[in-house]
Design a protein around this ligand. Sequence first.
Ligand code: SF4
Length: 385
Amino acid sequence: MEPIARLKILSDQMSLEPAEEHCSTGIGRGVLKPVNPDDHFIHPAQMPGGKQILLLKTLLTSACERDCFYCPFRAGRDFRRATFKPEEFANLFVSLARSNAAQGLFLSSGVAGGGVRTQDQLLDTADILRSKLGFRGYIHLKIMPGAEKAQVERAMQLANRVSVNLEAPNTERLARLAPHKIFLEELLRPLRWIDEIRRSSPPNKSWNGRWPSSVTQFVAGGSDESDLELLTTTAWLNKNVNLQRAYFSAFHPIPNTPLENKAAVDPLREHRLYQASFLLRDYGFDLEELPFSGTGNLPLPSDPKLAWAQINLAEKPLEVNKAERRELLRIPGIGPKGADAILQARRVGKLRDISTLRKLGIVADRAAPFVLLDGHRSSYQPVLL
Ligand code: SF4
């Protein structure tokens, strides 16, 4: 089969795997459209620093010997599979990169011949790209379940980002999604190794002199877990293994898998999980402060930060001219950049009206009910949705 035809087959189901391009710009998957309907494996992608590139997101092989219940690539499922050898794939990718059709690569794989052998195939591909073909662009490499520590370190030397998919928040939940994956040993341990390597070794052997960031992915709702379980694990990962971010992919059933009759999860849940995870990571919120219901889930109708502010700030608005940065971050409509802009503006003079906040990049309509400006509530009364 022609390489491009194989690439299409391999990339076909990759929308299930959120990566750089998802989640920060809207609700649900597939917010950004492929560049070209025929090249649906190449997407505009937002990089960690904000730059946008064209990202090829694909697998090296869609053959897999594992049988995760939710996965389209699971062993025994009848569909057309494809495989690349490392050299062949590297050459194809570089030809796309040289014609500027793709500028970065997200490379994953089904497990074929064990995790160690599969990881070697991914490493060989990245090594050829870096060492032989001189590719200096973005590479996100997947760490396979069962990979060895030396392989994890090699992946870190070659990639800009590495990821291990936890899929579920703990051992019990993983058993309902992927009964033959071992949560602690195969999935959590590599994330610990990544952090250990970053802390203990200088990155001078990595291709660009920097260690890569690490991320994970959860199948939200796939194991009937609660948001509290997902976010408890996310908070632990942020704190203990320096995880850059968690991705959440709302479960939806794939035909001819054991979970084909399970109901799809509302993509809005995915969006709320992202919002909550950013509150934990960037806004100084503790898990206990998030507005979980008795079932451990976040309310779908409202943004968790807004829900917190309605309980805690509606009657006790914060004075914008005095609030500390950590307090400003609690106000809906004010993010880290907005908080810094307010602190900067306060050096020059008092902030007295809502239009000044707007000029600083604050979403003033959201902030207005929760702030005082020089002792006064804003006369502007927005409708809260
Ligand atoms: S190991 Fe990965 S590719 Fe294979 S069935 Fe499980 S999730 Fe799918």
